[in-house]
Design a protein around this ligand. Structure first.
Ligand code: S3P
Length: 188
């Protein structure tokens, strides 16, 4: 079985998309690309600055352009921002030639994992939990609809999540996987 051309991770803030994405890419011998980090690099500014100066709309515009660019890549795992699914025009960009994985987490877990974070402008509020709850209600059906695989990450280490994902994506023996890594991939 050939591996997918691209693997796209979607899900809320605090689901572990970046950490898990990096590890998953390493295990599969894929490259790893983090949409938010590339936007920051290109812009020479962090996400709070972009939200401050250009508003959420400005950030979303940059995000759609970035997803368009990433939709042409092969042999990569892509971590997206939690709001990447909000624009219907992004859906084709997220799913094109891709295996889409929804990394799902409970609100409690999202709160816990984002508690000390200052880099997520949407959560710089008195009640970030209420924000996460509201976003979950809106976005959970969209993540679910777009996903080929839904994986819960609550109370699991990133390594365990990656192991479970690999078993779903590509159930080979460890030796076959090691050889695959050495060869540097056989994605379609
Ligand atoms: C956002 C999630 C963030 C980032 C931006 C907006 C959202 O990414 O794109 O702050 O709308 O949920 P992470 O999901 O990686 O935190």
């Amino acid at each position: 079985m050939d591996l997918p051309k691209r693997i796209v991770l979607v899900g809320p803030m605090g689901a572990g998309k970046s950490t898990i994405g990096r590890l998953l890419a390493k295990e599969l011998g894929y490259g790893f690309l983090d949409s938010d980090r590339i936007i920051e690099e290109r812009c020479g500014a962090n996400i709070p600055w972009i939200f401050d100066v250009e508003g959420e709309e400005g950030f979303r515009h940059r995000e759609t352009a970035m997803l368009g660019e990433l939709a042409g890549k092969a042999g990569v795992v892509i971590a997206t921002g939690g709001g990447a699914v909000m624009k219907p025009e992004n859906h084709e960009l997220l799913t094109r030639d891709a295996l889409v994985i929804y990394l799902k987490a409970s609100i409690e877990q999202q709160v816990e994992r984002t508690r000390k974070d200052r880099n997520r402008p949407l959560l710089q509020q008195d009640d970030p939990e209420a924000v996460l709850r509201r976003l979950f209600e809106i976005r959970n059906p969209i993540y679910t609809e777009l996903a080929d695989i839904v994986m819960f990450t609550d109370k699991k280490s990133p390594r365990l999540v990656v192991r479970q994902l690999i078993n779903k994506i590509h159930p080979r023996t460890p030796r076959q996987r090691r050889n695959l890594k050495k060869e540097g991939r056989n994605h379609a």
